[in-house]
Design a protein around this ligand. Structure first.
Ligand code: GDG
Length: 470
């Protein structure tokens, strides 16, 4: 692929990650998207991170190499409705089957539509006829429909980074009919797992849109054809292996290791989000200490949880709940020379983080629901192949569809998780090596390059049209 033969790739996401801010938490999406843009050349369009009281600001464009970063400021009130409101109080919880967290306000829905209209209006003026457009995530579901009404007929694809709920959950979303129709305005719609695709197809069976299934991935909608398929996101295995092995000489990593005093290490790394099952995870660890008294004094659990979406009530609440729970468990079990949980309410730079992974005997990834979960994949890739640690992984993550050689647990069952951890802590070296090697094989097959190449190829086929498809 190159810039001249294929036109530009246009990436659209809520936030644009302009590569420079050191120490920033790299979102799951940034790494893959930048790789695709570097390869093909193009533009990344989205919110600048800045709020304004105006609504007519022009996009600001910064060029780096063959990539343009085009960002727009958003009106403060619109942003509150679109982002904190409809996106994160309605779509996020429902996509994670956590309906108790759903808080709906019709003003939020209006704001969501307004911001998508503003995105479309401002993007449309920057487009060229041979561009292909790849839209990311639940914040921007209506974007293709808005672009189409602005006269854009380029191929437009959509990738959902969170789970797609089955119809019985989806129909709880006020505005779900609108969202479903909007999704069918895309040429390609992608999900992490076959389960998400299946859930989407059950929604298409409802008499909301006029859809006919042609085969496993092609759907006829009205006069058009939609591709709905599975594109599991992955990681750059070599990059992680290099970071994790290079980081062993870093002071931060060495100090962490020596502070363990020979104890086994459990690690968890998650944005502070209620979908990540953090409170249950702490309770499961407490259960481990109860059921396996040997673990007391011999195991240390480091949980890294950088805050996100601060200002949304549910997020502020979970933060104080976790402080209480970890305090309670430490108070119950700590000795003068041992604390069971080290709870860090902040991020760690990427390189030492991979070094922490490499030194951890157990990676604990127990969300109550997750689209994929890249931490699980990074943990496995970061292991020393001569003495790898073991992943304990929630069955309710997308990653569990691929990493079947991890220890798979039900995050709601504290005994199951505690037993899973105990099993990981005592697993023989041969078994750990064998399971890790087979997981690395999967990680390489579905890596970050495979993810973006498969998606962009599917979208590109839409551009050349049905003549070449046949
Ligand atoms: C969404 C979906 C899907 C986290 N803490 C620190 C840190 N991180 C990095 C991790 C990983 C990324 O952030 C988190 O990605 P996840 O996939 O685990 O989770 P979400 O942020 O919820 O991402 C998810 C993903 O999109 C991609 O499609 O897998 O299901 O929810 O890369 O390493 N990085 C650093 N310090 C931290 O403290 N440096």
């Amino acid at each position: 692929m190159n810039e001249h033969s294929h036109g530009r790739l246009i990436i659209v996401s809520n936030r644009v990650a302009i590569p420079k801010r050191r120490g920033a938490v790299a979102g799951g999406l940034a790494v893959g998207v930048l790789g695709a843009l570097r390869e093909q050349g193009g533009m990344w369009f989205g919110w600048s991170g800045k709020l304004t009281d105006r609504s007519d600001a022009e996009p600001e464009i910064v060029r780096k190499g063959n990539i343009e970063f085009a960002t727009i400021d958003l009106n403060e009130q619109d942003f509150e409705h679109y982002y904190n409101g409809y996106s994160n109080k309605v779509l996020w919880p429902v996509c994670h089957y956590l309906l108790d967290f759903l808080i709906y306000d019709s003003a939020d829905f209006d704001g969501y539509r307004r911001v998508n209209q503003a995105f479309a209006r401002k993007l449309a003026s920057l487009l060229r006829p041979d561009d292909i457009i790849w839209v990311h995530d639940y914040h921007l579901i209506p974007l293709a429909a808005e672009l189409r009404s602005a006269g854009v007929d380029n191929p437009i694809g959509f990738f959902l980074h969170v789970p797609f709920p089955s119809y019985e959950a989806f129909r709880a979303v006020p505005g779900h009919e609108f969202l479903l129709r909007a999704l069918t305005a895309y040429d390609v719609v992608g999900f992490h797992t076959p389960r998400d695709l299946k859930a989407f197809r059950t929604c298409l069976e409802e008499p909301i849109v006029d859809a006919t299934f042609i085969d496993d991935t092609r759907v006829r909608v009205g006069d058009g054809e939609l591709i709905a398929d599975v594109f599991p996101i992955g990681i750059d295995v070599d990059e992680i292996q290099k970071l994790s092995s290079d980081s062993q000489s870093m002071k931060t990593v060495q100090r962490m290791v020596s502070s363990l005093d020979g104890r086994q290490l459990l690690i968890g790394v998650d944005r502070l989000d209620y979908s990540k099952g953090l409170k249950l995870r702490l309770r499961s660890y407490e259960r481990l200490l109860e059921r396996y008294p040997n673990a007391q004094r011999n195991v240390t659990f480091i949980q890294i949880a950088p805050p996100t979406r601060t200002g949304v009530r549910a997020y502020d609440e979970i933060r104080s709940e976790l402080e209480q729970t970890s305090g309670h468990i430490n108070g119950r079990f700590a000795e003068s020379d041992w604390v069971p949980i080290r709870y860090l309410n902040k991020g760690v730079d990427r390189k030492p983080l991979m070094g922490f992974f490499r030194n951890a005997d157990v990676g604990l990834v127990t969300p109550v629901r997750d689209g994929m979960n890249l931490v699980a994949k990074e943990y496995v890739a970061a292991q020393d192949p001569r003495n790898p640690g073991m992943l304990v992984l929630s069955s309710l993550t997308g990653a569990a569809c691929e990493l079947t050689d991890a220890i798979i647990v039900n995050p709601y069952d504290r005994d199951d998780v505690a037993d899973g951890i105990a099993n990981a802590l005592s697993m023989s070296l041969d078994e750990r090596k064998e399971r890790t090697a087979s997981m690395i094989e999967v990680l390489r097959k579905n890596d970050i390059t495979a993810w973006r190449t498969r998606f962009v190829d599917a979208l590109m086929r839409k551009r050349v049209g049905p003549r070449l498809d046949a």
